[in-house]
Design a protein. Structure first.
Length: 595
């Protein structure tokens, strides 16, 4: 056992350094890697903000907690929503659809087995370590040596372009790129890989839930398989048959989850809306400096993000991060010179293609923008493939002495892990726990069925999944016809390009009968705004005269009779001002009895 560990010493050093740096606050300070403090940016949770949370550590990480963590809570607590999720957009396909991206083992295992405050920590741990394991195995199959494979694997697993996206579903797919490459390489070397393992990896990839990232990997892995097939045309067909059987089994299992995803995607209208997005979403030539200085535009975690207007809608830290480490750059050139790296020309071509997509090289970008899987997404995101050729060439670099490899492993791992650690929030248990509030408890306790229509960023769309109330708004998951219907209620509900549906109470048409069809019982807005209240006053003709106010103390009971002759009768307003609170549970009870 000791001899085996020594055999993989460089790999263990690289992986240990990366894990210790990233999870140092977890191991030694008891903190969770979690962006859940974002909830305290929004009502009603900001009223229950812990004293040590002035603002979210990284507000750019808004989507993972408010639209992904909430879905994970359904996996853990509400299996009724497997087929149909009633809490978002008046109902969408449930988390059994691969669109939800929670059936990926990277998400499903933590969601079922790990306490909610630690879910994101477990997701990052799984993505990092499994990606490293399979990258190491793949590079070993490429005959690049144990030490070189360790260097390449830590670049592939821990590259900045991945680490800043760990909490998004896009890396459900990218973390499996090395596993698929490993299977393909073994297959064309005539080695037997268990069908069950092939099926599990292929199934996990099919359920990743981010079509563009899945397509990028599928094209590269297909090209890699074609190259190896040509080089090994006389090899035995039996391993390839086993591989095909595993993939077919995976697709048959995944098909029931893929069909509702494809149907929703077709009805969503997002593909048509994103025609032409690929060519305009590329980096300017000046962005090459981000390969050397990842924080040259600032860092949202340090509240100094400056950005670059020329990046347009790519202008945020996640989209602009392309960092692969400083030491990796000279190692790539050393790897290019290694004639024993048999597939180096293939990976050089892939690297040139990826860079051409990222920076909008005319010929490459035009070609890529017509390829299925590429044409509906920003070509800058093709950079998700860049760690593969870079990792390959780093692994191919010949440093000769073991000590140099180990020093390089420590330097690369520390450099990349530091970038990841500086970007992600580390929270105490109180900060990471999303509390129930008086508003959410009131809504959950009300008699069903009903829906709510919050305004502005109150209960930010999709957080209703966590609260378990049905919201007519949504984030990531609405159909084109449904969006048109909501625009009838509020012309500003949808911008035409965003995936978020929100309401502005100044623009909302409360008199539209569609509100009744949608089953809206509660309109919810910030307590400090009261646009709805004053809008009602503006349109109201009082049926009875206002009765003057009075003061009463603890334990008082007051009864009044109010005669209402006006029809139709809508409401009675009872304004209350609290001067002082006494007792353990101070409260006021009000009962309206007709006749």
């Amino acid at each position: 056992m000791r001899r085996r560990l020594k055999k993989h010493r460089t790999a263990l050093i690289a992986l240990a350094v990366y894990n210790i740096v990233v999870f140092f606050p977890v191991i030694f300070m008891g903190r969770a890697l979690s962006p859940n403090d974002v909830f305290f940016n929004f009502d009603p949770w900001n009223l229950m903000r812990p004293a040590d949370v002035q603002q979210a550590q990284n507000s750019l990480l808004n989507d993972p907690p408010t639209a992904y963590f909430t879905l994970m809570s359904l996996v853990r607590n509400d299996w009724r929503t497997f087929h149909w999720n009633p809490y978002v957009g008046s109902g969408i396909p449930g988390w059994g659809s691969s669109a939800a991206a929670v059936l990926s083992p990277f998400i499903l295992i933590p969601a079922l087995l790990i306490p909610q405050t630690w879910i994101f920590t477990a997701i990052v741990f799984l993505k990092l370590n499994l990606s490293f394991l399979f990258a190491y195995l793949w590079l070993r199959e490429e005959k690049l040596g144990r030490r070189g494979a360790a260097l390449g694997a830590i670049v592939i697993a821990g590259a900045g372009v991945y680490s800043v996206r760990w909490l998004w579903q896009i890396t459900n797919a990218t973390a499996l790129y090395p596993a698929l490459l490993w299977i393909v390489r073994r297959t064309f070397k005539g080695k037997r890989t268990p069908v069950a393992l092939i099926a599990l990896i292929a199934l996990s990839y099919a359920l990743a839930g981010f079509p563009a990232a899945m397509a990028y990997g599928a094209w590269v892995i297909g090209a890699y398989a074609a190259l190896l097939f040509v080089r090994n045309a006389k090899a035995s067909w039996r391993p390839a048959l086993r591989c095909a059987i595993g993939v077919i089994i995976a697709l048959l299992i995944a098909l029931p989850t893929l069909i509702p995803f494809a149907q929703l995607l077709k009805r969503s209208g997002y593909l048509e809306a994103r025609q032409g997005t690929a060519l305009v979403a590329t980096f300017p030539a000046s962005h090459w400096r981000s390969f050397i200085s990842p924080d040259r535009l600032g860092n949202p975690a340090y509240k100094d993000w400056r950005g670059d207007p020329s990046l347009r809608f790519l202008n945020n830290y996640v989209e602009t991060t392309v960092y692969l480490g400083l030491l990796t750059i000279p190692l790539v050139f050393l790897g290019l010179a290694n004639r024993r790296a048999r597939t180096r020309w293939f990976w050089l071509a892939i690297g040139i293609f990826v860079l051409g997509c990222m920076f909008g090289a005319p010929l490459i970008a035009t070609l890529a923008s017509k390829v299925p899987g590429f044409k509906y997404s920003a070509l800058a995101r093709v950079g998700l493939l860049l760690p593969l050729p870079v990792g390959y060439f780093v692994a191919a670099a010949r440093l000769r002495k073991r000590l140099l490899f180990e020093v390089a492993a420590v330097a690369i791992a520390f450099d990349l892990a530091l970038l990841a650690g500086r970007f992600h929030p580390y929270l105490t248990m109180e900060q990471a726990r999303v509390p129930q509030t008086p508003t959410t408890e009131f809504l959950r306790a009300d008699r069903e069925p009903f829906r709510i229509a919050p305004f502005f960023n109150y209960l930010w769309p999709n957080s209703a999944e966590y609260v378990r109330v049905e919201d007519v708004r949504s984030h990531f998951g609405s159909e084109e016809a449904y969006r048109r219907m909501l625009v009838r209620l509020d012309p500003t509900a949808w911008s035409g390009a965003s995936t978020v549906l929100t309401f502005n109470s100044l623009k909302f048409n409360f008199n539209d009968p569609l509100t009744g069809l949608l089953g809206i019982r509660w309109y919810v807005e910030h307590k400090s705004i009261d646009i709805i209240k004053w809008g009602i006053f503006k349109e109201t003709k009082p049926g009875v005269k206002e009765i003057s106010g009075f003061r009463y103390g603890p334990g008082s009971i007051t009864q009044r009779t109010i005669r209402v002759d006006a029809e139709p009768f809508w409401a009675i307003e009872v304004p209350v001002g609290i001067e002082q609170e006494r007792g353990a549970i101070p409260h006021l009870e009000f009962t309206l009895v007709k006749d």
